[in-house]
Write a protein that binds this ligand. Structure first.
Ligand SMILES: Cc1cc2nc3c(=O)[nH]c(=O)nc-3n(C[C@H](O)[C@H](O)[C@H](O)COP(=O)(O)OP(=O)(O)OC[C@H]3O[C@@H](n4cnc5c(N)ncnc54)[C@H](O)[C@@H]3O)c2cc1C
Length: 457
């Protein structure tokens, strides 16, 4: 093959990139290309958009170091790529696959258009440890239970490092990358490798520290994986399995693959409960309570601190994602799809399969989800995982003078203690929007009724 366009999407790295390796070993010349698609950029929200553009910038830099240039196109990829292929007489366009409904529809339209113009389309998989449909039950399906999936996932040999071939890397002057503010995290492969390197100091304690937002000792590589600036197989190789902490960490990457594999089998998981009985839940969907949750003014300090950090930075620790999601769905009885959309827009790592998969897990509506009757108590969670209240005080300055774990339930303080901390409940900080014990009973009743009403109920 003479000349191939390589379409980079969520695989913004040249290292261990299966699609890049395929193209550079089979074509004499390659044209690395991105297509800025407003449908995706507009949906991304400010943090993810900036992180994406900065990651594309870092990829462009790596390509320049190989003697080429990144070609930047804008608009509908089906049209932009077909036009470029025609103009440059490219024989082929290659890319790494994706599992979401949007991506699959876009890719099939693009492939059809290219093939109609006589261009070969070839695809690989690179953004997961194991490709979709490679970890199946004996019946040929993706297990709906994580543990057996994980066993098969672990038994499957890891693909070798995908080496680039010897193709000449070309570049065509087209659009410029739009100017953007600094991204939430340093972008690009080198920055991701540095984060991974720093995490090596903590990974052996991962089991003990991973749930502590006050310590913040997780790897912080989800946005790197989201944009493919680092390959998940590079991460698995670097961490290995020599200690329980390392094994626990790699298991999280299996969760990531699992949600993607489930989506590859059923992309409707983004807006349909995997367990159909829960389509009958009578959600309250109170817009004012939802707005209080998004603004971080529910009166539950751990929820409010986490939601304010998300709004300010695009980041939230996994334990806090669990607590805030459970609070929205169970305590406020708001449809998980509202929360999923809010998170997806704001999270720097917002990613449909991971986000919707986890939201369904928290709501109890997904595969192998938390059982519906398990309702997280936000105060007990806060006391356990932010034992000194340091995380909450960081994000709620109005409670900054309440010492220790007392900050998690300011309504339990006496008038003198509140006065000493300068807190006036209902004024400087809201009282609790719901009573957790009452809300819990309401949630159990709503879930119970949905189960009873379902055909199999
Ligand atoms: C309601 C909710 C929504 C979420 N939305 C997203 C999302 O949009 N994008 C996203 O990447 N993650 C999402 N997660 C999963 C998880 O919270 C983040 O991946 C994690 O917090 C990223 O931080 P880290 O890289 O420091 O994680 P670490 O603890 O260091 O884990 C390493 C990697 O393992 C993977 N991982 C860890 N936990 C999970 C998990 N529960 N599910 C799937 N993969 C996991 C991630 O790729 C992560 O980067 C969500 C979790 C919940 C509960």
């Amino acid at each position: 093959m003479n000349r191939a366009i390589v379409w980079f999407r969520r695989d913004l790295s040249l290292e261990d990139n299966q699609g890049w390796s395929l193209a550079t070993t089979t074509a004499a010349e390659v044209i690395p290309t991105v297509v800025l698609d407003d449908r995706l950029l507009d949906a991304a929200g400010p943090f993810r958009r900036t992180q994406y553009l900065a990651s594309v910038g870092a990829l462009a830099q790596s390509i320049t170091e190989c003697g080429g240039a990144l070609t930047v196109l804008s608009g509908d990829p089906a049209i932009a790529l077909a036009d470029l292929a025609r103009e440059l007489s490219a024989d082929a366009v290659m890319w790494n696959g994706d599992v979401t409904r949007f991506a699959r529809d876009r890719d099939s339209v693009t492939a059809r258009r290219l093939r109609a113009g006589g261009v070969v389309v070839d695809t690989a998989w690179s953004t997961l440890v194991h490709p979709p449909r490679s970890v199946l039950t004996a019946a040929g399906t993706v297990s709906r239970v994580f543990t057996p999936y994980y066993r098969r996932w672990s038994d499957r040999p890891l693909a070798g490092h995908a080496e680039p071939g010897s193709a000449t890397v070309l570049g065509v002057e087209r659009d410029a990358l739009p100017a953007h503010p600094d991204p939430p995290q340093a972008a690009g492969e080198r920055a991701a490798l540095t984060r991974l390197e720093q995490f090596q100091d903590h990974v052996d304690d991962y089991e003990h520290t991973r749930d502590r937002p006050d310590l913040n000792l997780t790897a912080r590589i989800s946005a790197d994986l989201r944009f493919g600036v680092i390959s998940p197989r590079v991460v698995v190789r670097a961490i290995g399995d020599s200690t329980p902490g390392r094994r626990a960490f790699v298991r999280q990457l299996a969760w990531r693959d699992w949600y993607a594999h489930l989506f590859a089998a059923n992309p409707d998981l983004v807006d349909h409960c995997q367990q159909p009985a829960y389509e009958h839940i009578a959600w309250q969907d109170d817009p004012e309570e939802f707005a209080a949750w998004t603004a971080g003014v529910t009166g539950y300090p751990i929820v409010d601190a986490a939601m304010r950090e998300l709004a300010a930075t695009g980041w939230m620790h996994n334990r806090l994602r669990l607590i805030t999601a459970s609070f929205l769905v169970k305590d406020l009885l708001v449809d998980w799809r509202w929360g999923e959309q809010h998170f997806r827009r704001l999270l720097v790592d917002g990613d449909v399969p991971q986000n919707a998969g986890n939201w369904q897990w928290c709501a109890g509506t997904g595969p192998d989800a938390a059982p519906y009757f398990r309702v997280m108590n936000p105060i007990a969670q806060a006391r356990r995982w932010d034992p000194d209240g340091a995380y909450v005080r960081r994000w709620l300055p109005e409670l900054g003078l309440i010492p220790g774990a007392a900050v998690h339930a300011p309504w339990e303080l006496g008038p003198l203690e509140l006065a000493a901390a300068g807190v006036v409940l209902g004024d400087t900080y809201p009282g609790p929007i719901v009573d957790h014990a009452v809300a819990r009973d309401r949630a159990l009743a709503a879930y119970g009724a949905a189960r009873a009403a379902a055909p199999s109920g």
